[in-house]
Design a protein around this ligand. Sequence first.
Ligand SMILES: NC(=O)c1ccc[n+]([C@@H]2O[C@H](COP(=O)([O-])OP(=O)(O)OC[C@H]3O[C@@H](n4cnc5c(N)ncnc54)[C@H](O)[C@@H]3O)[C@@H](O)[C@H]2O)c1
Length: 263
Amino acid sequence: MIKMFNLKNKTVIITGGAGLLGNAFSKACVEYGANIVIVDIDEKKGNELREQIKKETKNNNIIIFQKCDITNIGDIQKLIEITLTKFKRIDALVNNVYPRNKNYGRRFEDVTYEDFCENVNMHLGGYFLITKEVSKIMIKQKSGNIINVASIYGFSAPRFEIYKGTDMTMPVEYAAIKGGIINLTRYLASYLGKYNIRVNAISPGGVFNDQPESFVKKYSEKVILEKRMANTEDLIGTLLFLLSDASKYITGQNIAVDGGWSL
Ligand SMILES: NC(=O)c1ccc[n+]([C@@H]2O[C@H](COP(=O)([O-])OP(=O)(O)OC[C@H]3O[C@@H](n4cnc5c(N)ncnc54)[C@H](O)[C@@H]3O)[C@@H](O)[C@H]2O)c1
């Protein structure tokens, strides 16, 4: 049974690997035996994480950091080339990046058409682009596993009162992007299934990251389990489940990991 969750000898690409969730995802994959390619535009953070994991792990897994902008086809092709040279195959792609332009995070009335389009292009378009390129390899291999990190805001509506008194909001682009990612997951699961490629999504609830106290309090009131925000540890089990053979008969699903917030 334990073996079911083992990722030994699997090559996993984790995009946005240097970020909040990416950190935890990268460490968990290594702990469960995977060789990983941490992908990020932040070279400093990516290299630091690689060194940190190497120091902490007792496993002999190979850990690579590759600087790559997932909206840039040249960068993606280079990433694939480097991964194949090193590992000969790509078993899994975790789409976890969080691209945003400089105006991201404004309230609905203040979002321009240009900013809306640019953010959708970068985030939803970026997920499409890297998935398209990596799936070409998976199609040749006749196997693969793609996990898209979506959000509770991809399938449920925000309650704007929780942002009152802070400079935070839930950006309109985010709802469109994450909703798009959830249905892209279903589309790709259906399209790529014949090549033995599974595609699933994880929709985390809000993850605690030192947000303003009033927001944390109001958000937490709606959470059923433990009345608290998520932490990165809460997401690991679902990621490992979807990456491993324990879920080998599951595709096209979106698993909400939100303590019941969206019920
Ligand atoms: N943090 C939350 O509360 C939360 C909740 C639900 C869903 N999510 C989703 O989880 C994922 C990770 O979020 P996070 O909170 O860890 O974000 P984060 O900002 O901490 O990390 C995202 C990483 O992506 C990298 N990145 C941005 N644009 C890139 C690009 N074009 N190419 C390559 N790398 C790029 C950044 O450098 C950063 O390291 C996102 O898809 C986000 O929407 C987060």
